[in-house]
Design a protein around this ligand. Structure first.
Ligand code: SAM
Length: 293
């Protein structure tokens, strides 16, 4: 196992050797300072760094004075490259996996490698850090309690509309990656299928020209139809508004009719399912109605 070195602002640091295994290392999404100490230690001490684009990752390693053997692991060659990486792991090496930016496996290669490494009994460690997904969620001001990450939508209009229709009712903030030349069309398709939901377009996060633009989907679609866009982009869309609950009189009427011929619990369950109202509250009300309240 290699012992490595890296530089921070000209100061040399040594990286302790790593236990054998696969290390999934997040790297910056724009600002090179967004790298963790643990990522630097891991990259400096790894026996090999598997990268989507070795020249791109080479620049990051050079910035931190890291001399690690770079090998390729990209979407197109993965099937041929994977056995070689698994053989290194079987030989007791520490292999780091990085992507061009952010966290590997998040709309980036690595899933099959991690799966096969685990299936073969190798240790797999997370070296977490930046991702455009979490960066966008953290700054856009849309709900983050439930998120549906769709990655990139299909490029073809028909397939894109079908996918949007399939997720239109999901009660979660929707997160997407999009290429700049598809931004206008994608926002227009989203406005058509999802309606006037609140949304955000986060561009060039952590970089010099970082922007976050908020508005409804039709507003953003109009804004970006007119403006040619550059840079890297995440779109977030707020969840659909929850359907309004029926008023108390209507709930009572539904409960009375549901109570005819079934238990209080079953009646409360039936009305909760039909209306979206809280089951426990309905149960208490159904008990009271049964007792003649
Ligand atoms: N694995 C990466 C991650 O964890 O974010 C994502 C890789 S995916 C191939 C690249 C896409 O991520 C870009 O097309 C863009 O949609 C988004 N992205 C990457 N960097 C970004 C940034 N600085 N600002 C906004 N979006 C970014």
């Amino acid at each position: 196992m290699a012992e490595g070195r890296f530089l921070i602002n000209g100061t040399q640091m040594s990286a302790a050797s790593l236990a054998p295994g696969l290390y999934i290392v997040a790297t910056p999404i724009g600002n090179l300072a967004d790298i963790t100490l643990r990522a630097l230690h891991t990259l400096a001490a790894a026996d090999a760094v598997a990268a989507e684009d070795t020249r791109h990752t080479g620049r990051l390693l050079q910035h931190y004075g890291i001399r690690a053997p770079l090998v390729r692991y990209d979407e197109h060659g993965a099937a041929g490259q994977r056995p070689k990486l698994l053989a290194r792991l079987a030989g007791g090496e520490a292999v780091a996996l990085v992507s061009d930016a952010g966290t590997p496996l998040i709309s980036d290669p690595g899933f099959r490698l991690v799966r096969e490494a685990r299936d073969s009994g190798h240790a797999v460690h997370a070296i977490p850090g930046p991702s455009a997904l979490t960066a966008a969620l953290s700054v856009c001001g849309l709900p983050t309690d439930r998120v549906l990450f769709e990655g990139f939508l299909p490029a073809k209009a028909g397939a894109r509309a079908r996918q949007l229709n399939a997720i239109a009712q999901v009660q979660a903030t929707l997160a997407l990656y999009v290429a700049p030349h598809r931004l206008g069309d994608t926002l227009a398709a989203m406005a058509e299928v999802l309606g006037p939901r609140e949304a955000a377009v986060a561009r060039e996060l952590t970089k010099r020209f970082e922007t976050v633009e908020r508005g409804t989907l039709p507003e953003l679609a109009a804004r970006f139809a007119a403006e040619p866009t550059k840079g890297e982009i995440v779109i977030l869309v707020a969840p659909p508004s929850a359907p309004a609950l029926p008023d108390v009189e209507t709930l009572d009427a539904l409960l009375r009719s549901a109570l005819a011929g079934q238990s209080v619990s079953a009646a409360a369950g039936e009305v909760a399912k039909a209306t979206g109202a809280d089951r426990r509250t309905l149960y208490k009300r159904a008990l009271a109605l049964k007792d003649g309240a």
